[in-house]
Design a protein around this ligand. Sequence first.
Ligand code: PLP
Length: 627
Amino acid sequence: DALYGISKWGAGYFGLNKQGNVCVTPDPTKDHLQIDFAAVIEEIKQENIQFPVVVRFHDVLRNQVAQLNETFQKIIAEANYQGLYRGVYPVKVNQMREVVEEIVEAGAPYHYGLEAGSKAELLTVMAYNTTHDALTILNGYKDEEFMHLALLAQRLGRKVVIVIEKFSELHLIVKVAKEIGIDPIIGVRAKMSVKGRGKWEGSGGDRAKFGLTISEIINAARLLKSQDMGHCLQLLHFHIGSQLTDIRAVKEAINEGALIYAEMHHLGFPLQYVDIGGGLGIDYDGTKSTSDSSRNYTLDEYVADVVYGMQEVCDLEKVPHPTLVSESGRAITAHHSCVITEIVGEIRPDSAEVSVEAVSGEHILVTNMRELAQNMDTMENTQEIYNDASQYKEQASDAFKFRVVDIEELAKVETLYWQIMNRLRIRLQGAEFVPEELQTLDFDLSSQYLCNFSIFQSAADTWAIDQILPVIPLTRHLEKPTVNCSLVDITCDSDGKLDKFTVGREISNVIPMHALNREEDYYLGLFLTGAYQDVMGDMHNLFGRLNEVHIFSYDDDPDDFYIEEIVRGSSVENVLSIMQYNPSSMAKDVKRLIDKEVSAGNIKPREGVKLTDFYENCLSGYTYLKR
Ligand code: PLP
């Protein structure tokens, strides 16, 4: 556990059991209820579902919804805060229907609502946000049709708040509201001076893409008043960025937002809600620090800063405590899903060796390299050994291009070089001083484990913004891992790799894994993929969506679980159709080609039928490697 930091990023959901397998505890307050990943893998195999597979733990999702809402309720009660909490889940973080349905159901006792940021999302939340008294918050840029839809939702009994992101939207909402003849609930998003820290800090500050400046907010309020709609302005919104790593940014934002809210009251606009946006971070790398993939606070600390911070300003300014709204997405969904994939191969720089025995007339560079290998134990200066070996290797490579060294000699030089590097690595283990050039030796010599998945489909943020996602073997934790490796995916893209991991307390570019063996498949889990990763991936190389299994646990039987739903991933046909191909006409074309070969006597008729079926089966099959 300490090696992979599971208890740190696992948030109580993930751990190791006595058998040395990773297990999930869907409700951390009942830690005897554990599901073993080895059993999940077995069940997936029994169901004939091909890997890689997304596994969704619906109980984790429900637990996260309950935790967030109950923490707000607890701290509001402790602080004797006079407002309520009415959270919303921003569907963009994971729009999968099953996820949204589960969140709505789990959130119903807390009047937990939904947030939409586009027309398609609005159409979704109109149908799915069925909880009485729950808010529907509408962010993002809007056109007239959007306003009509929003007001339709209001007429259907939904509590819709239209958040104005840019000033001109105000004219649209006034126009549409007057046409229909109803009073909308309007919010304004403030452009904040405080900036979040981390990858999304651009969401705050003067250059923020969304929101109104202070002068625009005042003008907006006055414009609404002049239209007899001053009372419609009910919510102040701000969002200073996702994955806020430093609690100070949260405190500063609450303070700034609370002051704007209070001033609006003083100006005669008694807003009811303050919406603090998203930003509640996830400790992906388990360091509980301000690193971009972590956060230096707990959920309790975050909520306490929001509630007490708002209360303090409101009491000083003598204005009522507003109903607090938050739009946490990452914190609700990140833990509930993971990707299980198998390792399908190992790539090593020194994997192939040739015999390095001396032959008469061999090139001097081969002799030099062999002598270096023979004498290196008597040489004290490690740097010198490294320099000599590197120089011979480079010279041999140049000489090969000039046809002075032949291919067999080059192979000998290469074999000897990696043998020397391996011995140097062993020699430097535990050394106090390691010369700069030799510091990457561990990495240079490490294996690359080839994983049956696509980074671009399943872990987009690791590639796009260097996000760390925890990745660990799912079994064999009673054995010491002996292979340091980085991970590569099966796309034909050199960027398709994972080479940033938390190992112990360090961030490393290799991770210890177990040696592969023929008897047993080796499965990895890529964790915390439920927020953004699940829905932002693309089809690079035409690797499509993954097979999904949705797992529930039995309340009464701690050791048991069941796959409630299987959602088949994309078939090759599916992805080809998205790219405008016509798979059935492709199948016909290939059949025609096969028939032609049959007619010409190059393929036997029986084999022709089999080959046609084979092509068609591949078309309807999974896009990933078959084992
Ligand atoms: N609300 C708004 C307006 C956002 O832009 C975002 C994401 O950046 C969120 C909520 C969700 O943020 P998070 O996933 O950090 O909770």
